[in-house]
Design a protein around this ligand. Sequence first.
Ligand code: ADQ
Length: 825
Amino acid sequence: MVQHQITAPLIVVSNRLPFVLQRNKDGVISRKASAGGLVTAVAPVVVDCGGLWIGWSGLHSKEPLEFIPESDPDDKAPTAGLLSKQVVAVHIPEREFDDFYNGCCNGTFWPLFHSMPDRAVFKAHTWDAYCSVNREFANCTLQALRNSLRELDEQEKFETCPVVWIHDYQLLVAATTIRQVIEEEKLRCKLAFFLHIPFPSWDIMRLFPWDDEILQGMLACDMVGFHIEDYCLNFIDCCSRRLGCRVDRNNMLVELAGRTVHIKALPIGIPFDRFVQLAETTPRFLKLAESEKIILGVDRLDYTKGLVHRILAFERLLEKYPEHVEKVTLLQISVPSRTDVREYRQLKEEMDQLVGRINGRFSMPNWSPIRYIYGGVTQEQLAAFYRDSAVALVTPLRDGMNLVAKEYVACQIREPGVLILSPFAGAGGMMHEALVVNPYEIDKAADTIHRALNMPLDEREVRMKQLRHREQQMDVNHWMNSFLASMGAVNNSDQADPLSTKMTPLTLDDFDQYLNNHIDTICKLSLILDYDGTLAPLTSHPDLAIMPEETKRVLERLSNMPDVNIAIISGRSLENVKKMVGLDQLTYAGSHGIEILHPDGTKFVHPVPFEYAEKLRELVQLLEKEVGHSGAWVEHKGVLLTFHYRETPSQQRDEIVRKACEIFQKAGFEPHEAHMAIEAKPPVKWDQGRACIHILRTMYGADWSERVRIVYAGTEAAMQALSGIACTFRVDSSPTVRTAANFRLEGPDAVLTMLKWVEKQMNKRSPRLTRSPRLSRSPKHQRKQNTLDYSLSFEDEEDIVGNTSASFLINGRQRRFNSNCLSSN
Ligand code: ADQ
């Protein structure tokens, strides 16, 4: 009996509960053991530590299940000790479950994660169902966690930190909600995720339209486990390339919003001793003619398992090596799986036809080449089949690990057989002594089966001994203990908690990787920077958001460099942002770029419809009257309005935001989300993105791309417009944001480091000129200086939104411009 010295309650969350619930025709629910390796390893730990198991019951009902039966007194299964109070059945309406499970889990993630993207279906409504079911799992988990913490507190175990362990591809985003709530409610817990299937490469993962939400969901955990290192590296790569996270591949760490997430290879094992014991005690089931050999295949009937390829390889064996006719039989056992899904029903038909055709082709009066069982068999029978087979064919096209390969070697207690294994199963990378064959190479696979059937005993013994030794060492209990150790949840007082290892703080060197390929030694550099949250920390009131002195000094030095231009873009009014930054040599874009002021005094103002101002005033009054309380307040900034709710107590926020949005919409405004605020913007086709392009064209003309490098740091508002043009940094401390940025930075400190890096690089340029008068760098500027004086005008809306022409008041006279020429003079 293996001791798991767990130091905290373990809360396991998986799609299904660890036993099967059945309802008889009288509606009475009974509980039946389920025998998987995962349950065998994990259930005793949950029982011992007084933990909990959260999962779907497997039964559809209108109402949540009112009770879970206790186990039968004769039940000897590992879950027998799991009391009903330790089980939480998640209730999901049947329609939603279908979209979640058949639609998204099996229709999208299963094929995609097994690198078969052409089988994957991407549908918004099944993804919505997936997210909603994940939230329901998360809410049940949170309730369980609160109960668990209450019990610990009652026992004065204030230091004990429960471990929540979420399993598999059905629950990839559950941790998003759990993380949000545990942080809000300050619930102590360690969060872990384990994926039982492969994690695909970035090329495949990026096909999924909501891939960022998946990655962020997994990163909401403290530890993310995969079977093998390849999957870990694929995941880390996706986090770096899709989310722009800082990663440490050597130590397998990913940083998101300042939190370090540990990525770990935890290869699952099997209950080795139990399979040995079954192999030792179970009688023979197979009746074989003398010298007849069995080649065994055992799988769920799934297209990833390579069943069709396997049968074809066997057919090829009989064609190519006819000496095996009447001597060798393929015993294929296929458990029905996901029979609700069309592709699985089609696979069954294909298999039936294929087996029929080959049997028809080769059968003799007393021999048929393939014995095909479509159904489950007991573990005893399975162990006997494993033991009595000369060869096991484990040839999936793709498989997370594959337990059949491991179970087969465990049962080789007599004259050893040969394991043939696909390199595309996780097990393929570790079970080196197996004969490894690419299942797509039918001819080669036939040769390999032939080799296995003829392998001398001494070679078989050597190979099998090694294979068995490894599986015995790395059995499922080893896996469980490795998991607990990686969570710092075992009695090991002399060792530090592995989760306390953090990623090294961001340094200048990190920007070598981010920017070295972007910034060269010749081109000019344009830095476009947001203010709030990027240069200055976010604060309760805009007036308090002061940029650190050090940042100001670096910006000042950069702005004095001949090759550097800096533009600050903000939702604040132009005047205000200029005052907050307080440097002269910069371009400022206020009101999200509606007003732009260059250091030479050139000013651009995008016109705004006349009636907008009046409507905005009405909105201000309405908001102040209806929702201007509980810490919420309205800021009227000329053409913009911001409704701030940062100071509103969290319990009241949802309600106040809902009401405010209603008021916005009633007043004819689209509510735009900002940092703990909602904004009203004028109905013009002008935004921060277009303002940035405008600034760049004004500074450098239209053909700047060869001469200028651009770095943007800020919010999403300009990201789309600058993607591909600039190196973009999303500055945000929220762990769950959708971004088109190349990289993420946590906040103003990281931006300061970036500015220092830029300064260091630019200082390397020699000879260093002191700043010439700015306008000499841009003939365009020179011509424009003091010749145009744009001022804000409220114009006819159609003219502006129509995007073909716009009117301006220039030096007091109205002029009409084609919008394409906005930046030209
Ligand atoms: P599965 O895709 O289900 O698991 P696998 O690892 O092979 O694949 O496990 C199948 C289990 O079902 C084995 O324990 C086997 O004994 C049992 N089984 C198969 N056919 C059977 C039959 N006809 N009758 C009775 N029992 C049968 C997922 C991933 C795998 C990963 C596991 C564990 O797809 O890659 O190894 O989870 O993490």
